[in-house]
Design a protein around this ligand. Structure first.
Ligand SMILES: Nc1ncnc2c1ncn2[C@@H]1O[C@H](COP(=O)(O)OP(=O)(O)OP(=O)(O)O)[C@@H](O)[C@H]1O
Ligand SMILES: O=C(O)C1=C[C@@H](O)[C@@H](O)[C@H](O)C1
Ligand SMILES: [Mg+2]
Length: 174
């Protein structure tokens, strides 16, 4: 089983992926971190060198060519599901889980903004307005996930339970 965690910046994909992988006793892969490791650039440096479109090409290639083990948990980049056919590809190749959160909750989670090039120069008020607009655009992609879960106050045990339950019901239904 491959579990792709998706959702807006700050919803906790990287944090929850590590906890879930620990529970499932399987490897965790963070695609943002893989991009950094393979390119030798931070995400901010990558955006600066190649622009957002260069980054989107590279993250899509990384998503589709990574040598995933049979069972693993994958934390995706916040924008990844919203470009090319990435969302359909993940749905075809694994379980997809949207960690959903309200804009105001996301603002309170996003402290290290300098690491996130799309929001690096924003104060709280600007960030809230940006998230409200962006989330509306992105929701049509995120909500294609097989499982949508409220990520505020979510513990890894509950997440595991929901995924296993969802997988069991999809086996029954198909
Ligand atoms: N359950 C939680 N309660 C409180 N803070 C949390 C929780 N989960 C994550 N955080 C904090 O919220 C911030 C964002 O979490 P994280 O980096 O996991 O998000 P992300 O979805 O991977 O973001 P990005 O798309 O930018 O990679 C981090 O500072 C993290 O420590
Ligand atoms: O939401 C986004 O578009 C992004 C989220 C991060 O995970 C990084 O992939 C990058 O900062 C872009
Ligand atoms: Mg992350």
């Amino acid at each position: 089983m491959k579990v792709f965690l998706i959702g807006f910046m700050g919803c906790g994909k990287s944090t929850k992926a590590k906890q879930l992988a620990h529970r499932l006793e399987c490897p965790v892969i963070d695609l943002d971190a893989e991009i950094v490791a393979k390119s030798g650039k931070t995400i901010a440096e990558y955006f600066e060198a190649y622009g957002e479109s260069g980054f989107r090409n590279y993250e899509s290639e990384m998503l589709k060519t990574y040598p995933y083990p049979e069972t693993c948990v994958i934390a995706t980049g916040g924008g990844l599901p919203c470009f090319f056919d990435n969302m359909d590809w993940m749905n075809a190749n694994g379980e997809t889980v949207y960690l959903q959160m309200e804009p105001a909750q996301l603002v309170s989670r996003l402290h290290n903004r300098h690491k996130r090039p799309l929001i690096k120069d924003m104060d709280d008020e600007q960030l809230l307005a940006f998230i409200q607009v962006k989330l509306k655009e992105r929701d049509q992609f995120y909500t294609k996930a097989k499982l949508i879960i409220n990520a505020f106050d979510l513990d890894a045990e509950k997440l595991e339970e929901e995924i296993v339950k969802g997988k069991a019901s999809s086996v029954v239904n198909h």
